[in-house]
Design a protein around this ligand. Structure first.
Ligand code: SF4
Length: 305
């Protein structure tokens, strides 16, 4: 029942979060470092569409004019800098070049800078400064590629990263499943449904009903179910919801692992976050090793040594 990924997941990242000072003001962050040793479990591809566009560092800040990044690709919005220069053409080229790099890298996920008019996905404003409507220019391409999208700031929250990481491994594992027969679809759903229910119960129940009613599985139908499950796995959550899941998991593991002699104290959510998360991870691994399946973290990354 337990499922593993043995290959490192390939992840794209807005370069300014990878320690590169690619922002317009020659600044950046090293948010990947917040993952500690876990960052070595992934293969990273940093890109900066604005630098690929040839805008250079430092540069005047840019903004979307006349709509969102999706409108930009439809031709109804433009990109300008603060001096009013129209940068639409170069941003088309720069964004396409960055996307091409990501495609060559075979990435499954992307860690994006929220708030940027280029890389932002759900927000394109910073400090109350509107720079267009979401998604951003590059953010719009990321969405249409159906990638697993993670806001870079969430790397600094142990809670949120725990949640994203368990969903990402499930998402990548799902992509590797063939789904060519009803049996395969049912087996995959059986493994992922608990996690999906935790994220969105009503939609998961609907998928469960639809699957129960399948008579003949067409390629189209199989893809539709795959996309539905992928959409649930990459849906953003809230901190309180994540914490609720963690506490539930923690009690569940403790109960099922019985007298396991490890010092795992009751969780305190407002203090020692990192400590609690690492203890939960120990429980997850232990349960996995002795063959106990927990649907909330159904897929684990275990490299081939
Ligand atoms: S947010 Fe995107 S475009 Fe802006 S500096 Fe970072 S990587 Fe470059």
């Amino acid at each position: 029942m337990n499922t593993i990924l043995t290959e490192k997941i390939r992840v794209g990242v807005s370069a300014c979060n990878y320690g590169c000072k690619t922002r317009y003001n020659h600044r950046g962050w090293s948010r990947i470092e917040a993952l500690g040793r876990e960052k070595d479990d992934f293969i990273w591809t940093p890109v900066c569409p604005e630098v690929s566009a040839g805008l250079g560092i430092p540069r005047p800040a840019i903004h979307l004019s006349g709509g969102s990044g999706t409108d930009f690709w439809d031709g109804s919005a433009k990109v300008k800098n603060k001096h009013g220069s129209d940068l639409t053409e170069v941003m088309i080229e720069g964004s396409r070049a960055a996307l091409e790099t990501l495609r060559r890298s075979g990435i499954e996920a992307f860690v994006f800078t929220e708030g940027s008019p280029s890389c932002g996905v759900y927000r394109t404003s910073l400090k109350n400064r509107r720079m267009g409507k979401p998604p951003g220019i590059f953010g719009s391409l990321l969405l249409s590629e159906r990638l697993f999208l993670i806001p870079a700031l969430d790397l600094e929250s142990p809670w949120k990263w725990w949640d994203w990481q368990r969903r990402l491994t499930a998402f990548v594992w799902l992509k590797q499943q063939p789904l060519t027969s009803k049996r395969e679809v049912y087996d995959v759903w059986h493994i992922l449904k608990y996690l999906c229910q935790e994220i969105d119960r009503p939609i998961s129940d609907r998928i469960g009903h639809e699957l129960a009613g399948i008579r003949r599985l067409t390629r189209e139908k199989a893809d539709q179910h795959r996309f539905q499950i992928e959409d649930i796995l990459r849906r953003p959550s809230t901190l309180s919801r994540i914490q609720g899941s963690m506490l539930k998991h923690y009690s569940h593991y403790r109960k099922n692992l019985g007298l396991w002699p490890i010092d795992v104290e009751p969780p305190v959510l407002d203090k020692g976050k990192r400590n609690f998360v690492s203890k939960l991870r120990i429980l997850e691994r232990k349960a996995f090793d002795i063959g106990i399946f927990f649907g909330g973290t159904p897929v684990q990354y275990r490299p081939n040594r």
